[in-house]
Design a protein around this ligand. Structure first.
Ligand code: PGA
Length: 251
């Protein structure tokens, strides 16, 4: 998969304000990523309320916009939810589904996450499906069982559309903790995910596999050089234009 263009996605989580975001996006535009990071496709995922601002600020440029979640429903009486067609209408391209913070704080099940991926695809969005084990699960040697189970729901639910997703491996113990998985640890799980995808469907070998969890400018290049790491999902470091641009250039 090494020849494929990398995908570098910023997950802003619940951070920012109109003025802070404007400055961050200006910084990213000034970094001229299509020239300085030609081997990376880049996207940012602000909170819902800022998506329209981000799309407007990035109009016509190389940086795409994604949301951090999407409803399984297309419309209706679902207070607080945001539907795929609404995101599409704004010009949003990606949506993160099944981030560990949503699985943990909103009790999202493997099946709900898979259903969100299916909803995203049906409305023209590219789902970035997150999988990952907790520290306790890793220590109990359950990493492959956990990420395998999370991925299986997506495989079973999407059928032939499996080839259209992006998968992000984010070990929960590495998110926001400063503890990055070593390139070898990350590569091992990515190779496992690649094998599972390919066993389900030969074409799914080309599903981009992102690594997430404390990716920083100083560890990005080594992570991205692994055979089955096709890019990154970046939290904290995506809030600083210089750091996020450096990570994109590391691709
Ligand atoms: P982090 O977050 O880069 O701050 O560890 C990654 C994520 O949760 O997507």
């Amino acid at each position: 998969m090494a020849a494929m263009k990398k995908l570098v996605v910023g997950n802003w989580k619940m951070h920012g304000s109109r003025s802070v975001n404007a400055e961050l996006l200006q910084g990213l535009l000034a970094a001229d990523l299509s020239t300085s990071a030609p081997r990376a496709d880049v996207a940012v995922c602000p909170p819902f309320v800022y998506l329209a601002d981000a799309v407007a600020a990035l109009q016509g440029g190389a940086i795409a916009v994604g949301s951090q979640d999407v409803s399984v429903q297309a419309q209706g009486a679902f207070t607080g939810e945001v539907a795929g067609p609404m995101l599409r209408e704004l010009g949003v391209r990606y949506t993160i589904v099944g981030h560990s913070e949503r699985r943990t704080y909103h009790a999202e099940s493997d099946q709900l996450v898979a259903d969100k991926a299916r909803a995203a695809l049906s409305h023209g969005l590219v789902p970035i499906v997150c999988v990952g084990e907790t520290l306790a699960e890793r220590e109990a040697d359950q990493t492959e069982a956990v990420v395998g189970r999370q991925l299986q729901a997506v495989i079973d639910t999407l059928g032939a559309d499996l080839v259209r997703v992006v998968v992000a491996y984010e070990p929960v113990w590495a998110i926001g903790t400063g503890k990055t998985a070593s390139p070898e640890q990350a590569q091992a799980v990515h190779a496992f995910l690649r094998a599972r995808l390919t066993a389900a469907q030969a074409d799914a070998a080309r599903v981009p596999l992102l690594y997430g969890g404390s990716v920083k400018p100083d560890n990005a290049a080594e992570l991205f050089s692994q055979a089955d790491i096709d890019g990154g999902l970046i939290g904290g470091a995506s809030l600083k234009a210089a750091d996020f641009a450096a990570i994109a250039r590391a691709a």
